[in-house]
Design a protein. Structure first.
Length: 259
């Protein structure tokens, strides 16, 4: 990571912030992105002047091209793009709306794919690069109260697995990260059926893996050139139950405490 330029979305809090701190310690130069300008400024001040901030809103995928142009004004190249920004939800499918589904897909899917589309041509010209996609276990199977969120994460897998296959000879690496419940504010900001944030932390989130530990595991996966990694015990057990004994998964998921 030393002397690489790494662009991180969602850097103002949670897992994105922890990744920023640890990548700084490894010698990377960072582009720190998120919506909270004050939090980004404070993070840059704490880390040092070799880093730059680039605030923008993932809810506006149509503006991503302009955002990428600004990124290349900050640094002439980007070695890695870490797609960590996003939003979750906490509402039943039957309570949801097309407007809410579109908002979640814009933030969690379309903005991420547009960012990749904006930086990959330059990575190809520079003979390689890496996209790190922070997905979720909900991108591997359905999860109650997260219909659009799960759909967006499923879509990320299909999209970036395709990108990996198409651009293998161009030395474009794709690492897909599937965390379980991590102790961040994601449930505070999760959208309810009316589009407002939940404003409370889920029990499962509060007792999830520490974000700093998750960040270390992500960086380890990047260093080892992992194509995909599952993080969070015992949550990742569901992956294997779903794969090998799906009948048990279908019974478990109905009874699981998903808050």
């Amino acid at each position: 990571m030393n002397k690489q330029v790494i662009w991180i979305t969602g850097a103002s809090s949670g897992l994105g912030l922890e990744l920023s701190v640890q990548l700084h310690q490894l010698g990377a130069s960072l582009i720190l992105s998120g919506r909270n300008v004050q939090a980004l400024e404070e993070l840059k001040q704490s880390l040092g002047n070799r880093h730059q901030i680039l605030p923008f809103d993932l809810a506006e995928p149509e503006k991503i091209g302009d955002v990428a142009d600004k990124a290349y004004q900050l640094f002439p190249k980007i070695d890695q793009l870490i797609l960590c920004g996003g939003i979750s939800q906490r509402n039943l499918f039957i309570e949801s709306s097309l407007e809410l589904d579109k908002k979640i897909l814009d933030i969690d899917f379309f903005s991420n794919t547009e960012l990749a589309r904006a930086v990959i041509p330059q990575m190809i010209r520079n003979k390689g690069g890496r996209i790190v996609v922070v997905s979720s276990l909900a991108g591997k199977f359905g999860y109650p109260l997260r219909s659009a969120y799960s759909a967006a994460k499923h879509a990320l897998h299909g999209y970036f697995e395709t990108v990996r296959a198409e651009l293998h000879d161009e030395q474009i690496k794709i690492t897909i990260v599937n965390p379980g419940r991590i102790r961040t504010n994601i449930s505070y900001n999760a959208l309810l059926a009316d589009g407002s944030p939940q404003g409370t932390m889920d029990y499962g989130q509060a007792h999830g893996m520490d974000a700093a530990k998750c960040a270390r595991k992500i960086i380890k996966a990047i260093k080892r050139n992992k194509k995909e990694v599952y993080i969070g015990w015992p949550d990742i057990l569901l992956i294997y139950i779903y794969r090998f004994v799906p009948s048990i998964y279908h019974r478990l998921i109905r009874k699981l405490n998903v808050r």
